[in-house]
Design a protein around this ligand. Structure first.
Ligand code: NAP
Length: 282
């Protein structure tokens, strides 16, 4: 199976001045005991985009991995996220400062509102997010888990550009409406749980394409993500071999019929991430 990687700068998705590397390393459930090594392994095989969050309780380890990876800071795109109970005025800024302290960074590249919170006015949290950017805590701002109407409102209220909406996406979950709305706003769509948390890797449609193209199922699915305009994917792995495998997606293309066959795997009730605080999805 192919596992080719590259040390050249990986392809990026550009949105309102942000250049977001098309494949990033997800770190949810990569605990403090393993995350530094995972981040270091990722940087060493060419990743330039790392995704963490306050809620993952691993920012110190991510920071350690960033320092040991040997890649200049300005070549790495680091994202963190503020939990929904800390997105009010003042609280958001304090939370972002805490992240920077744990990561040992002067600023992150992207700061996201992790989930909308109906008990804090969106106007207030978007204003706080924009202020965090102006104060230099982050280079860019964005949102996560925002359905179309909330995204429209966030973009409308923001006086700094929103550059991404990070949401669940994999071949079993149709996100056409949300991705279209991101494109209308010129913003990137960042796919989380891009591998469907492995549940889709043994789907016969996926395995057939993989064996025909001499790729792994994960590579086929990640290629499907990044071959869609404005889409970025952040697969999580804490295994150096799988981290490398997941980055080997820039030297092949899926023909249109394979793209369509993978998209046709969408079905109702495929959402994997749906906590009690989730918004009403589109
Ligand atoms: P995922 O990336 O779809 O799947 C991760 C799982 O796949 C892990 O069990 C991993 O195990 C396994 N895996 C990775 N590469 C593989 C490969 N090549 N072959 C076989 N198995 C493989 O799911 P996710 O972690 O939920 O999502 C990715 C990232 O998105 C998260 O880590 C997080 O950064 C972000 N996220 C954001 C939100 C949000 O609300 N904004 C929600 C969920 C996730 P190993 O580690 O053992 O390889």
């Amino acid at each position: 199976m192919a596992d080719s990687t590259t040390t050249a700068a990986p392809p990026t998705v550009e949105a309102h001045g942000a250049k977001i590397p098309a494949i990033g390393l997800g770190t949810w459930r990569a605990g403090m005991d393993v995350v530094a090594e995972a981040v270091e392994a990722a940087l060493k095989c060419g990743y330039r985009h790392i995704d963490t969050a306050i809620a993952y309780a691993n920012e110190e380890g991510v920071g350690e991995g960033l320092r040991s990876g040997g890649v200049p800071r300005d070549e790495i795109f680091v994202t963190t996220k503020i939990p929904p109970d800390q997105i009010g005025a003042g609280a958001l800024e304090r939370a972002a400062e805490g992240s920077l302290k744990r990561l040992k960074l002067d600023q992150v590249d992207l700061l996201l509102i992790h989930w909308p919170n109906p008990s804090i006015p969106l106007k207030e949290s978007i204003r706080a997010l924009c202020a965090a950017k102006r104060e230099g805590l982050t280079r860019h701002i964005g949102v996560s888990n925002f359905p179309v109407a909330l995204l429209d409102e966030a973009v409308h209220r923001a006086d700094e550009p929103i550059v991404t909406n990070q949401c669940e996406y994999h071949p079993r979950l149709d996100q056409t409406m949300l991705i279209d709305s991101c494109r209308r706003h010129g913003i990137a769509f960042t796919s989380y749980a891009p591998l469907g948390r492995t549940q889709i890797l043994d789907d016969p449609v996926v395995t057939a394409i993989a064996s025909r193209l001499q790729r792994t199922p994960a590579q086929v699915i990640l290629r499907w993500h990044i071959q869609q305009p404005m889409v970025v994917a952040i697969p999580k792995s804490q295994s150096p071999a799988r981290i490398k495998e997941n980055f080997g997606v820039f030297d092949f293309e899926l023909p249109p019929e394979d793209m369509a066959a993978l998209s046709a795997l969408a079905r109702p009730d495929a959402r994997l991430v749906n906590p009690s605080w989730a918004p009403r999805w589109d």
